[in-house]
Design a protein around this ligand. Structure first.
Ligand SMILES: C[S@@+](CC[C@H](N)C(=O)[O-])C[C@H]1O[C@@H](n2cnc3c(N)ncnc32)[C@H](O)[C@@H]1O
Length: 300
């Protein structure tokens, strides 16, 4: 299990938004993670009750320890936020929340634990499941999909320019050497497939985009976000707020379009026209916040 030291992203901005709604008695933290935001929110708002959802049991165990001082005000649920409507029915008897928070993607604990297989910088199994009971792992995708299927995934979810080249290299490697089982083996295949000239101009790690693509597919992230976000507006009372922190353009685009659609359907208003970005001091202190974009929607 990873360390419990974890700095929640843009928590000042989140507290600021929550302070502006007329009351905060019930908040749904749809991505509880290590409980960083939840801890800050419990400490700031003395009467708030938090329903914390996560699909990762290890995260819930860490969050439960971290939030021990507030255990009377926190409910933990192991589930997928795409089922947020059912969770509200079963755990809150349908009571509407004052706020819902989504802090998307993976936690530092998940990335730092090499056994989870999320990191291209650490040797580990090709897993990448946030929910360890999940049916598909990165191993299954890498070893079973065809060149065309891998190309599509890398292109669609990683926005990787060299999708076809990399997909071909993976399948050729499989044909010659058998199954690909570790993160480092996959990184090596990527490094060997991409000409050095291209790698020099990439700026970031050459396997970053395909790792992102695999993670998104393994965890069905875009579909879960579509479902969870769409349902969340019906889980919040009038005057309540939905806050989303996203970390890549596919997520942010989806959030932006959903909020715009809600606005044109007369369901409320955008908290700000443009996404709110982390301050340079925060990015310096916590590089994980670098790609964060925060959007919020006030329900009418
Ligand atoms: C970025 S971390 C959240 C960190 C948290 N805000 C904190 O301050 O500790 C995202 C968490 O959301 C969880 N998660 C991602 N997608 C999920 C989904 N569809 N349903 C439930 N949990 C999800 C992950 O397992 C991870 O623990």
């Amino acid at each position: 299990m990873g360390s419990i030291d974890h700095v929640p992203v843009m928590s000042d901005e989140i507290i600021d938004i929550l302070s502006k709604i007329d009351r905060l008695d019930l908040l749904i933290d749809a991505t509880l993670g290590l409980g960083g935001h939840a801890l800050r929110i419990c400490s700031t708002f003395p009467s708030v009750v938090i329903l914390g959802i996560d699909q990762d049991e290890e995260a819930l165990a860490i969050a439960s320890k971290k939030l021990a001082d507030f255990k009377d005000r926190v409910m933990l649920v192991k589930s997928n936020f795409k089922l947020i409507d059912d969770i509200v029915m079963s755990h809150l008897s349908g009571r509407l929340a004052d706020a819902v928070l989504f802090d998307l993607g993976v936690s530092s604990m998940q990335v730092d634990d090499e056994e989870r297989g999320f990191s291209f910088n650490k040797e580990g199994p090709l897993d990448m499941r946030m929910d360890k009971q999940g049916a598909i792992s990165a191993y299954d995708l890498i070893n079973k999909l065809t060149i065309d299927e891998l190309t599509e995934i890398f292109y669609k979810y990683g926005e990787e320019r060299y999708s076809h080249l990399l997909a071909k290299a993976i399948v050729r490697y499989r044909e010659r050497h058998g199954q690909i089982s570790s993160t480092t083996e996959l990184v090596e295949i990527v490094r060997n497939a991409l000409p050095a000239r291209i790698q020099r101009h990439m700026g970031k790690h050459p396997a970053r985009k395909i790792f992102q693509a695999l993670r998104i597919v393994v965890n069905d992230e875009i579909n879960a976000l579509k479902q969870g976000l769409t349902k969340s507006v019906d889980c919040v009372r009038s005057g309540g707020v939905i806050i989303v922190l996203s970390y890549h353009s596919l997520e942010d685009r989806l959030v932006k379009h959903t909020f715009k659609q809600w606005e044109s359907d007369g369901r409320g208003r955008l908290y700000s026209k443009k996404p709110i970005l982390p301050k340079p001091e925060e990015v310096e202190r916590n590089p994980r916040s670098r790609s964060a974009k925060l959007r919020a929607f006030i329900k009418s």
